[in-house]
Design a protein around this ligand. Structure first.
Ligand SMILES: *[C@@H]1O[C@H](CO)[C@@H](O)[C@H](O)[C@H]1NC(C)=O
Ligand SMILES: *[C@@H]1O[C@H](CO)[C@@H](O)[C@H](O)[C@H]1NC(C)=O
Ligand SMILES: *[C@@H]1O[C@H](CO)[C@@H](O)[C@H](O)[C@H]1NC(C)=O
Ligand SMILES: [Zn+2]
Length: 309
């Protein structure tokens, strides 16, 4: 009897060790899935030299004169958006009519999907950090170069994917646009479940492109296979979320293993000599063709953000 039981438990362990990758939050004595530190042993890209996410050290970022404002296309148009639980996250599918250009990108990129990374009970949940500080949640909007038909194709190009990242910050008021997102997540509790959000538009959740400051670096997908094909843009402006909304995010979904979907972020990766660039939009005054404003602008550029605020 005892040996049958131990045979059964060996079989159970083998079953759970089925080679699935997982987040650190899923790893336990009972579930010996492959946590982030082991990803590289099974997905070689994850051990590469330009991995994401990273910690952004603001003291070390460099200005890049080639960076510019973004141009967002189709962000104000409504569409019906499907939402699916993929086992480690939920994907919100975007139509290719949503596009981005400018922003120092080499051309136009079309949207594929967006998803969120969060922690547990409103704790640290962002993937990127700034000067070592994490935010409670991070939005990723994934785009591919216009010429590609699929993400798979784009991943074969070192700048094939453009990912936009926004951090969330807790505010006293609630962000009513997020309620529809949270409701939709509640309808896709199990892996493979899907639903639809009607008449959605991206401007409901992210700001207009102009006047957005951002960080730029070259990195990878933050889940296996960790393909090193991503031009990352991390915006400085945060998105609002109430404490109550944040606390409900991680209660909506279950992992493929049917545990609560919490702690869905990869730890930060080493820079390996990469430089993080930054873009600050020019102040409105700078476009006036007048000598006095030119001096003001020079003052503005040297005095950095201190002016006119
Ligand atoms: C979204 O779906 C609803 C219901 O199926 C439909 O009436 C509406 O026209 C659709 N909207 C768009 C923009 O396709
Ligand atoms: C990936 O890129 C290489 C060379 O750039 C090319 O030969 C190959 O066909 C591409 N593979 C896919 C799947 O697009
Ligand atoms: C969600 O997935 C579960 C498990 O696969 C299934 O039993 C359930 O019927 C699905 N629910 C919906 C609304 O599709
Ligand atoms: Zn992501």
């Amino acid at each position: 009897m005892k040996s049958i039981l131990s045979l059964l438990s060996v079989l159970l362990v083998l079953e759970l060790c089925s080679g699935e990758w997982c987040y650190q939050s899923q790893f336990s004595c009972h579930d010996t899935c492959r946590g982030p530190s082991e990803w590289k042993n099974h997905y070689p890209n994850c051990g590469g030299q330009r991995q994401s996410p990273i910690n952004i050290v603001t003291r070390k970022v460099k200005h890049d004169p080639k960076l510019a404002n973004f141009i967002f296309e189709g962000h104000e148009k409504v569409f019906n958006m499907s939402v699916e639980n993929h086992g480690h996250s939920a994907y919100f599918t975007l139509p290719h009519s949503v596009r981005i250009r400018g922003g120092g990108l080499s051309g136009t990129y079309k949207a594929v999907q967006f998803h969120l990374h969060w922690g547990e009970n409103g704790d640290h949940g962002s993937e990127h950090s700034v000067d070592g500080e994490h935010y409670p949640m991070e939005l990723h909007i994934v785009h591919i170069k216009e010429k590609y038909d699929s993400l798979r194709e784009a991943l074969n190009d070192s700048t094939g994917v453009a990912a936009l990242a926004f951090f969330f910050e807790v505010t006293s008021g609630q962000n009513k646009h997020l309620d529809r997102i949270i409701d939709a997540l509640g309808k896709v509790r199990y892996e493979g479940n899907s639903t639809e959000i009607e008449d959605f538009r991206l401007t409901d959740i992210i700001p207009q492109a102009n006047k957005l400051s951002y960080y730029r670096y070259l990195g990878s997908l933050t889940t296996p296979d960790c393909d090193q094909a991503v031009v990352w843009t991390v915006f400085k402006q945060t998105l609002p979320i109430s404490k109550k909304q944040l606390m409900s995010m991680d209660k909506q979904l279950l992992f493929g293993t049917e545990q609560p979907m919490t702690g869905i972020f990869r730890p930060v990766q080493t820079l390996n000599g990469r430089v993080v660039y930054t873009f600050l939009p020019a102040h409105g005054l700078c476009v006036l063709p007048n000598l006095i404003t030119l001096f003001l602008c020079l003052f503005c550029v040297f005095g950095q953000q201190r002016c006119f605020h």
